[in-house]
Design a protein around this ligand. Structure first.
Ligand code: B12
Length: 209
């Protein structure tokens, strides 16, 4: 079995030590980091996502898979970030209040940093007030919000409404993403942009700054 398939399989099995070892070997073998990420780590998480949806596995297995994914991410993060690119713009990033999913948000953060953006990562379960206070204090041009739960999608709308109330609409642009969100939802709530993944977010930000 090819090493990237093995990484994917070990994510599915939730073995963080094996994922770490295999990712290290793949790096040593000079497999491009984008392939390790997409065909190994993300492929594994996709399989886990499907199994969870079909009730073939339950939360403990998903947590173990998430831990295994993070073990691999620790190794590839510095490679995605390498290269001394001057900072292009500031982005305040976080997963919205009530949502603890942070793997995708972290990945977007890594991709943005790697592309030369300054990222202020507020973590998960972030209140609308915290997004806005931080963006104002830091002079950020963008707020990036993530959510994977349909129940927490309205929090994104709260952030956009608060920006309007504070007359900051347009001055601080909003970027939304995460499995629960779609382009049409982003339009409905008045977000500046929807991006389906980190590379797409980089492309979008590069096109507007
Ligand atoms: C891992 C996982 C968990 C882990 C999270 C661990 C962690 N540290 O993040 C744990 C076990 C904790 C968990 C808990 C729960 N989960 Co969960 N989880 C998942 C799972 C299997 C994978 C998510 C993931 O990490 N994917 C991999 C990453 C890389 O993808 P991503 O997050 O989508 O991010 C990409 C893009 O969306 C985008 N993106 C993401 N954020 C942003 C932000 C910006 C600004 C931009 C531009 C782009 C962007 O770029 C990323 C990179 O490509 C999904 C299934 C799925 N198919 O998504 C369910 C899923 C999201 N979970 C679900 C549920 C229901 C729950 C729980 C409510 C379960 C429960 N009964 O307790 C709890 C909620 C806890 C809470 N309050 O948040 C549901 C949500 C259903 C819904 N429609 O609301 C899903 C869809 C599973 C399902 N099909 O039922 N979960």
């Amino acid at each position: 079995m090819d090493i990237l398939q093995q990484i994917s399989e070990q994510i599915d099995l939730g073995d963080d030590e094996k994922v770490y070892e295999l990712t290290a070997t793949a790096i040593e073998q000079k497999i491009p980091v984008k392939r390790i990420l997409e065909e190994g780590l993300l492929d594994g998480m996709n399989i886990v996502g499907k199994k969870f949806k079909e009730h073939d596995i339950f939360l403990p297995e998903v947590l173990m898979a998430a831990k295994a994914m993070n073990a691999g991410m620790e190794l590839i993060k510095p490679l995605l970030l390498s290269g001394n690119i001057p900072m292009k713009a500031k982005v305040v990033l976080g997963t919205v209040r009530g949502d603890l999913h942070d793997i995708g948000k972290n990945l977007v953060g890594v991709m943005l940093k790697g592309a030369g953006f300054e990222v202020i990562d507020l973590g998960n379960d972030v209140s609308p007030e915290k997004f806005i206070e931080t963006a104002k204090r830091e002079g950020a041009q963008f707020i990036g919000m993530s959510t994977l739960l349909t129940t927490t999608m309205p929090v994104m709308k709260e952030v956009i409404e608060l920006l309007r109330i504070e007359n900051l609409e347009g001055k601080i642009k909003t970027l939304v993403g995460g499995a629960a969100v779609s382009k049409s939802y982003a339009e409905e709530i008045g977000a500046t942009a929807y991006c389906y993944d980190g590379s797409n977010a980089v492309e979008y930000l590069n096109s507007v700054i």
